[in-house]
Design a protein around this ligand. Sequence first.
Ligand SMILES: O=C(O)CCC(=O)C(=O)O
Length: 275
Amino acid sequence: MPFLTPDQISQYKDEGYIAPIDALSKEEAIEVREEIELIEKKWPNELEGLGRNYIHLISPVFDKVCNNTKILDAVESLIGKNILICGTTLFVKNPNEKGFVSFHQDAKYIGLEPHNWVTAWVAITDANEENGCMRMWSGSHKNDLQYHNQKFDENNLLTRGQTVENVPMNETKPVILKAGQISLHHPKVVHGSGLNKSNDRRIGFVIQSYIGTNVEQVLGKMYVQQARGDDTFKYHEHVARANELMNQESTQIKKKANEELSKIFYSGSSKIGKY
Ligand SMILES: O=C(O)CCC(=O)C(=O)O
């Protein structure tokens, strides 16, 4: 019995994303924000630059989010029951900073083939038009991968500043979420987000992505965890789940995983950005 409703599955097929879906309680979202702010205070460099990736490997609070039953039920409805967690990224936009995300397709530089995968964007704070929520170009996932200009803008939160130009803004839709809700988006849907004009942080925790066990990494190496089912394909190295914040072994694995991820994200690029 699929967890998502027929309307939600139609939205995914027609528009390339689903939102909103209730996942965490308000209290759980606050717990996640407090975990981020604790790490930022105690280990100020840990989440900087590349370090914004793979936080679920070093934090049981984030590990719990990745294994949240409601999220996994929804994901299972889209990619089947054999599910791996292959990466996570924090997208934080602080007030008074100029962070934005250019319109792009996740599948362009991520090396995950075939596209039996889905990205979950978990709202840790509310996300709305004032604080720079994502905007989806509805239906754009039905097209092939598009040309991306590589701009390396210093305020762009993407690795290369990869940009699909001339997106028809009237065909884009805001993904408005309350803290604790999620959206799910397709590997090829074109999406981006604007500035945070509010007085508070906008925090998205992105599970990028949940992949079917049949998905290979064609550009490099990724470290995965089994979220559901079995992995009979064994394409990836499986690593342990976090059971203690920032223990030495898991921080080393996070570092190694990020070095490998950087090779994937900048594969074929003559320049390396700050993430
Ligand atoms: O957080 C954002 O504004 C953009 C995140 C994004 O591009 C993604 O989750 O694929």
